[in-house]
Design a protein around this ligand. Structure first.
Ligand code: AMP
Length: 419
């Protein structure tokens, strides 16, 4: 028996209905905020992620699915989508056509991580990116949008954590402070962090090794090293969050595992559902340097990505409650009635009903059993007598009551029954 690759999951009904619900609500909300959908390939040249996510990051060093294409180009299954979005933005010269671009995407990402609940190797993200706007109010609008989405979905106990990483002007001083702080602990740090200390000390702050985490807890905070411009941006962000009425907490040690982040950083966590340690639903922030890094003009940008699997784990209600029920099940006795029911089913579907028909036929008892199994709300029964009289038997599947209805009045009777 062949099974799926470890860490990559199938999604079956009725669980898939929960996903469709989340995706629909997100799409609808993002589009009301002026974001439009972009789809990019699942595979990119490896260099794209090395340059954007960063060479000395867990993702690039340990987690990417990288392989040589048949022409020996190194390609990688995307571990995240911001890099692809920016690549597409530049490749299609979108920056020359519009001053502000707002896009959203949804789809699978791939990281070869250590697996646990809420952490998989193929997982799905829904994200947005806003390019061309430097003002902190749009950062806050994204957090407010997320907050609205989680409220709408009924996800409870959501916390918004915010921070500012500082811009390129603030980095050298902060980096020096980090090195000075960690240097005396060098021997106690894990092997990876010893290397990070020389190459990319900021990444020590998101190390998961317990002793490293303990040491990092006392490290200098980015917000103590912000210059005037970053400080003002951070103040503006917080003022706008307050204006949106979004509760938030400043978390001075918040970092995220990509090198492209600058300035604003935010994260939405939830202690609801079965999340356990993997309680971050969503992470985002500014990446004002990335467009330029990938060969474009200086372009401010901000965005987030949320993990669909984790949102599903926090979503109240069992999967069945998201599964759209069959409105009406058609059951036929006899060949002529079967053909007639096929036509009736098509007419009902065209009128917008979810209509099911058991092509396998069988006894009326068997067909009605199937109607029960698909949780149909009503059944339409047609035999030779009904066919001759141009009537149907309409059965209310929950009450059990049934009545003979002229075919011409079926639509109205169904409306009344299912209203
Ligand atoms: P990131 O792209 O690392 O900033 O992550 C953004 C969000 O994607 C996280 O908050 C998670 O909800 C989700 N996520 C990231 N990595 C995984 C993973 N391996 N499995 C499931 N969800 C993930």
């Amino acid at each position: 028996m062949l099974t799926a690759v470890k860490g990559m999951n199938d999604l079956l009904p009725p669980e898939s209905a929960k996903w469709a619900h989340v995706e629909r609500r997100a799409r609808d909300l993002f589009e009301r905020h002026g974001y439009r959908e972009i789809r990019t390939p699942m595979v990119e040249r490896t260099a794209l992620f090395v340059r954007s996510v960063g060479e000395v990051t867990d993702i690039v060093e340990k987690q990417m699915y990288t392989f040589d294409d048949r022409d020996e180009t190194s390609i990688t299954l995307r571990p995240e989508a911001t890099a692809s979005v920016v690549r597409a933005y530049l490749e299609h010269s979108v920056h020359k056509k519009e001053p502000v671009t707002r896009w959203y995407y949804m789809g699978p990402m791939f990281r070869r991580e250590r697996m646990q609940r809420g952490r998989y190797r193929q997982f799905n993200q829904i994200g947005v990116e806003a390019l061309g706007v430097a003002e902190p109010t749009i950062d806050a609008e994204q957090v407010a949008m997320l907050h609205g989405l989680f409220t709408d979905l009924g996800v409870e106990r959501v916390d918004a954590l915010v921070n500012n990483l500082g811009g390129p002007a603030d980095r050298p001083a902060y980096r020096a402070a980090l090195v000075a702080y960690f240097e005396p602990y060098r021997a106690e740090l894990c092997e990876d962090c010893q290397r990070r200390l020389d190459k990319n000390p900021l990444r020590i702050l998101d190390c998961k090794v317990p002793r490293d985490k303990e040491i990092a807890a006392g490290a200098p905070a980015t917000i103590d090293y912000l210059g005037e411009a970053s400080r003002m941006h951070f103040d503006g962000f917080q003022a706008a969050l307050a204006a949106f009425g979004v509760p938030f907490r400043v978390e001075p040690r918040l970092v995220r595992g990509f090198d492209y982040y600058t300035g604003t950083l935010y994260e939405l966590q939830s202690s609801a559902g079965d999340l356990g340690a993997q309680n971050t639903l969503c992470g985002g922030g500014r990446y004002d340097g990335l467009v330029e890094e990938l060969g474009g003009p200086p372009t401010p940008a901000v965005g987030f990505a949320m993990g669909v699997e984790r949102i599903i784990l926090t979503l109240p209600g069992d999967a069945d409650s998201f599964d759209p029920r069959t409105d009406v099940f058609l059951a036929a006795l006899g060949d002529a009635a079967r053909l007639h029911c096929l036509k009736l089913a098509q007419a009902l579907r065209r009128a917008g009903w979810r209509a099911d028909f058991d092509h396998r036929g069988g006894s009326m008892k068997a067909q009605l059993k199937r109607a029960d199994r698909v949780r149909a709300r009503a059944a339409v029964i047609v035999g030779d007598d009904e066919l001759a009289a141009r009537t149907v038997v309409l059965k209310d599947m929950s009450a059990g009551a049934q009545s003979v209805v002229p075919e011409a009045e079926l639509a109205a009777a169904l409306h009344k029954l299912l209203a």
